[in-house]
Design a protein around this ligand. Sequence first.
Ligand code: KG4
Ligand code: ZN
Length: 348
Amino acid sequence: MTSPLILGIETSCDETGIGIVRGTELLADTLASSVEEQARFGGVVPEVASRAHVEAMIPTIKKSVTAAGISLNQIDAIAVTSGPGLAGALVVGVAAAKALAVALNKPIYGVNHLASHIAVDTLENGKLPEPTLALLVSGGHSSLLKVNNITYQIESLGKTLDDAAGEAFDKVARVLGLPFPGGPWIDKAAKDGDALRIDFPKGLMSKEDLVDHTFDFSFSGLKTAVARWVQAWEKTGEKIPVNNVAASFQEAVVEVLVKKTLLAAKQTGINTVVIGGGVAANSRLRSMAVSEAEKVGVTIRIPRPGLCTDNGAMVAALGSHLFSAGIEPSQINFEVDPIFPITQVKAP
Ligand code: KG4
Ligand code: ZN
């Protein structure tokens, strides 16, 4: 059997992503983003995102199809993010995907955005061993997962009790006067900072917490500690040492993520870890994860930064695995689910 040709549509937040894959070969990954419009508001405004998706959808599909060198009727199946995400934004992608599926008479898969962040890794690094551990760190989620099979069986080992890792990056960036989304700006500022200068708290790493919340995360205490530190510094009238604050904050987040991930590897005996989601683009997370894992014989797999942040290729990648595994497509009347649980890979 030849590898299936799958078109993926992603509209869970502020990126309109269209990806086309043949099996696990990436043919096109096309993106339109409303981030510049959002930046004015310092965060994602759902209505602005939905409207931008409507405007970008058809031109982005056309661009992607041209880039892949295919015609739409060659496609074997369509995959679309059905959740989690912003309801109004998801609806635009799902409506477009359903229209295409009906017009082309092709099967459609409503897929989990979070599972897609993991599946995208297979486009670069090949088949996932079963089971694989996954650290999923994005703007809305932070979870440690045991991926038994990417098409139907994902278990949650732990998750954030409050802010997501990316959310903490975005909020701290705002405190430091850096633009939205803050993650890439903190990453950049931290390169010129001293990560050991300020000792910020590391959430859920105490002895008791490591028993009660072994694989859970908490970033809101850290975020508050940074805000207090900055407020106190402002009283001195001196310029805020943005680079040092960024580096010290980033170090606190990354250290917790890496330590808990490697603890999960040790406790489960699983020695391959995929890191995915927007925060996986962070240069310090990438370097610390790889160097610490190497010391304990764990293999770290991370897609290139452009495939870590939201994109259509990740949705196409998951759709391709579902189609190839012979998993039944979603019913055409499936609905978006803004709180789609990670344990469910596709819409019924
Ligand atoms: O996966 P994603 O694109 O969207 C969601 O599903 O949420 O993740 C977006 C998040 C934002 O919070 C953004 O600040 C963060 O990923 N991010 C980063 C970096 N690039 C994006 N955080 C830290 N360092 C980066 N280089
Ligand atoms: Zn995402």
